[in-house]
Design a protein around this ligand. Structure first.
Ligand SMILES: Nc1nc2c(ncn2[C@@H]2O[C@H](COP(=O)(O)OP(=O)(O)OP(=O)(O)O)[C@@H](O)[C@H]2O)c(=O)[nH]1
Ligand SMILES: [Mg+2]
Length: 322
């Protein structure tokens, strides 16, 4: 059992245990997890939720570490959660060693939780979304979700955060083209990291290129111009500006629009859960299990159009429920 009072007082052990419970796939654990979520709902929603993405090695964890320590220094409590898309494929981690964030992890105002190893990216994201709520109930003011920008994980993170930070390497316009337009469109703030040593000049030029590229893109928030910050996580430079831009964004968005954004996110989350649950039910149904293989074969051989096969499967599944 989770000690809700300990959790609400910000006890990190209780928080860790609560998240472990959320991540468990055992049916009885799930029941307890849902009870926990229900009881903490009144204490959620008070944090600023920040998503950070960027290619592997851009310095996300390094930046989060210095930013986290900076924000903790301002008297805030910071929780860091990660979504690692590789954990859904290999069980391994492409979020490298830095995920441990040594100095931040020993900061008493911080809490760091690596990605759960679930079978699907959707599953990982669902549990992370719940972990955000539990961190809020534990009194964390700032919640940062890190994900590697290699696929759809950034869309998932954008759908659970208030402000989305895209990190970029000091590169040329050519490299910029490697970034999918869809990801650029999600960005509320762009950060060019590793602006130190030989890369310093390159970073300044890249900032100009990116500003230009961003002008061609409609920002998520009409009255907001996506700023481009230049940082060195290694030398701890530009970090206060990044924090300032996050605060500016939050102010520009305003309370009403934030609430509306979160309402839309909750609705989307609700339908995602509904879809996932129905699929779970269907897949574990003994009644239709025998049909999976034969329908798949008929679809693969071209005997049956996929839509008709899906219709047959669902109809049979629902018949059992009648
Ligand atoms: N020169 C320089 N190196 C940096 C900077 N930030 C990070 N690094 C280095 O870049 C490497 C990758 O840093 P991480 O913070 O692990 O990058 P990441 O984006 O979290 O990487 P993944 O989680 O694997 O996607 C490490 O060797 C860091 O020390 C920086 O500002 N300047
Ligand atoms: Mg990392």
């Amino acid at each position: 059992m989770i000690d809700i009072d300990a959790l609400r007082s910000g006890n990190r052990r209780a928080l860790g245990k609560a998240i472990t419970l959320l991540e468990s796939t055992r049916a009885d654990h799930r029941v307890s997890a849902e009870q926990l979520l229900e009881s903490i709902m009144p204490y959620t929603g008070e944090s600023i939720r920040i998503g950070i993405t960027g290619v592997p090695g851009v310095g996300k964890s390094s930046l989060i570490e210095v930013l986290g320590n900076y924000v903790a220094g301002l008297g805030k409590r910071v929780a860091v959660l990660t979504i690692d898309p590789s954990s859904s494929l290999t069980g391994g981690s492409i979020l490298g060693d830095k995920t441990r964030m040594e100095t931040l992890s020993i900061n008493p105002s911080a809490f760091i939780r690596p990605s759960p190893s679930q079978t699907t990216l959707g599953g990982v994201a669902r549990r992370t979304q719940e972990a955000v709520l539990v961190c809020e109930a534990a009194g964390f003011d700032v919640i940062i979700v890190e994900t590697v920008g290699v696929g759809q994980s950034e869309t998932l993170v954008a759908s659970m955060t208030d402000v989305f930070v895209l990190m970029l390497l000091p590169g040329s316009g050519d490299e910029l083209q490697g970034i999918k337009r869809g990801i650029m469109e999600l960005a509320d703030i762009a950060v060019i990291n590793k602006a130190d040593g030989e890369l310093k000049g390159k970073a300044t030029r890249a900032a100009a290129d990116i500003k230009h590229a961003l002008q061609l893109i409609q920002p998520r928030l009409a009255q907001w111009r996506v700023p481009v910050e230049v940082t060195s996580a290694l030398e701890n430079r530009g970090i206060d500006e990044v924090w300032q831009r996050i605060c500016d964004y939050s102010d520009t968005l305003g309370k009403a629009a934030l609430l509306e954004r979160r309402q839309v996110q909750s609705r989307q989350w609700f339908w995602n859960e509904t879809r996932e649950r129905l699929l779970d039910e269907l897949k574990s149904s003994q009644f239709v299990k025998a049909d999976f293989g034969s329908l798949e074969r008929q679809v693969m051989s071209g005997e049956l159009p996929p839509s008709i096969a899906a219709g047959q499967l669902v109809t049979k599944f629902l018949e059992q429920k009648k």
